[in-house]
Design a protein around this ligand. Structure first.
Ligand SMILES: Cc1cc2nc3c(=O)[nH]c(=O)nc-3n(C[C@H](O)[C@H](O)[C@H](O)COP(=O)(O)O)c2cc1C
Ligand SMILES: [Mn+2]
Length: 432
């Protein structure tokens, strides 16, 4: 995992690359523990007695302890490079046709011109030379939305980039938080400890004190440059396109920095596990708005947005279509290209089971809904960039009220008694 590069700086790659690793990175044995904490917070079981109610107060007060804290100094500024240069770091080229070397795990920090609220997003950065890079924020993302504000005002935008630090920081940078919510506040919640921030040296922004490496600089609204190609997490090269240029004004780092890196490509790669953590952690929040959703799965083959399998507790005719529409309206789930809605008994975590039910339960004409809207910037199948169609499949059992007048069959299941008897026989024969 930790390799020392020719420039002497070790590379850390694949730190998030399994369910166990991403859980450990977020300080838990299983990310479901975080989902449980969120569920408790948004739906606390208010006890009846006054004494029990008072006992709940510390749990609620805990929330107020997470906002980031400003500190005077931090390890990320132990060394200030006299001549800032990216050549000091082992920034890698990943795939043969890549347009160059890319920073792949940067926390890109900006501040809104209008509301002053911080955004931290993970947007890859192509190295053009020792002090300039690309800034590949997609049109739908927070960094780009801040940049638009600066463009309208005709001003340069200051940007800081943090590499490393508590893994909760990098995770928060790629988590689909609602616009206007500070990712470092969320990181504080995840690690149950505020994120310490220090002020930058050449820009008016704050960065995590414990980060390994900090790049400070700016983007100019009047400048763009061809970025890519890049072997992307879709499993295909994303095509070259014009993006803003990041100019570095300072680089600071720890005394012995470690350079964090990830390689994306045909799934599953490391980013799949970051997405999986999001699927688990954000489920309680999705359920707050769409409570009939029992579970959701974004299988690796679907690179997050292509396939979304949803298990619902169906209560009324057309319910599956209501859920599809809700998902298309929910934050970054708006990119969901193929949604499959199934009944409560289906295990959406098992792709094979979902495909089996989809094939059996779906009449393509009656049970599909084609919609239109924003599509992921990396999707090369849309006729136009960023805009296209989406389809939902209602793979629930159909009701008479939904126009299905024929009887609906039962799923084959063995009698419990028979299963028990067979197990007994196997035990007698010492087969199990
Ligand atoms: C390894 C990795 C690389 C990513 N690269 C990009 C990228 O180059 N551009 C982009 O817009 N989003 C990229 N993303 C996705 C965003 O980080 C993610 O959608 C995040 O929620 C955006 O946050 P925001 O809404 O604050 O902008 C990447 C995610 C990961 C995990
Ligand atoms: Mn954001």
């Amino acid at each position: 995992m930790g390799e020392t590069s020719p420039c002497g700086v070790p590379v850390l790659v694949n730190a998030f690359g399994s369910r166990r690793r991403i859980s450990w990175a977020l300080g838990v044995e299983d990310v479901e523990e975080i989902a449980y904490r969120i569920r408790k917070l948004i739906k606390p079981e208010i006890p009846a007695g006054i004494v029990e109610k008072v006992k709940m107060i510390p749990q609620l007060v805990e929330l107020t302890q997470y906002p980031p804290r400003r500190v005077k100094s931090g390890r990320c500024q132990e060394v200030v490079m006299k001549q800032p240069s990216l050549d000091a770091f082992p920034i890698c080229k990943c795939w043969p046709q890549d347009g160059g070397r890319f920073l792949t795990l940067p926390q890109v920090i900006t501040r809104g011109l209008e509301d002053g609220v911080r955004n931290v997003g993970m947007y890859r950065m192509q190295v053009y030379d020792s002090t300039t890079t690309g800034m590949h924020w997609h049109i739908h993302h927070g960094g780009c939305s801040h940049f638009e504000e600066y463009r309208r005002a005709g001003k340069r935008m200051e940007v800081a980039v943090a590499l490393g630090g508590d893994p909760a920081l990098a995770y928060s940078a790629c988590a689909p938080l609602p616009e206007g919510m500070d990712e470092y506040l969320f990181a504080g919640f995840l690690r149950r400890k505020p994120v310490d921030l220090v002020h930058c040296l050449t820009v008016d922004l704050e960065v995590p004190a414990d980060a390994e490496i900090i790049l400070e600089g700016y983007v100019d609204p009047d400048e763009s440059r061809l970025e890519g190609p890049f072997g992307d997490h879709t499993g295909f090269y994303s095509l070259p396109d014009y993006y803003p240029v990041f100019h570095i004004t300072a680089i600071t780092h720890r005394k012995d920095p470690i350079y964090p890196h990830t390689i994306v490509g045909p799934p599953p790669m490391e980013d799949y596990y970051l997405g999986w953590a999001t699927e688990r952690i954000f489920l309680p929040l999705i359920q707050l708005v769409v409570p009939e959703i029992v579970d959701i799965s974004l299988p690796a083959e679907g690179i997050f947005h292509n396939f979304v399998f949803v298990k619902i507790r169906k209560r009324y005719p057309g319910h599956a279509f209501k859920v599809m529409n809700a998902i298309w309206g929910l934050g970054q789930l708006m990119f969901s290209k193929f949604i499959v809605v199934v009944d409560e008994w289906v295990n959406v975590q098992n792709t094979s089971e979902v495909l089996w039910v989809l094939g059996n339960h779906c009449d393509p004409e009656r049970d599909t809904l084609i919609s239109k809207g924003p599509r992921d910037a990396l999707d090369h199948s849309t006729p136009l960039a960023h805009f296209g169609s989406k389809i939902g499949f209602d793979a629930t059992a159909k009701w008479r009220e939904e126009g299905h007048v024929r009887p609906w069959p039962q799923k084959i299941e063995m009698d419990k008694e028979v299963l028990k008897r067979v197990e007994e026989i196997w035990r007698e024969l010492k087969l199990i």
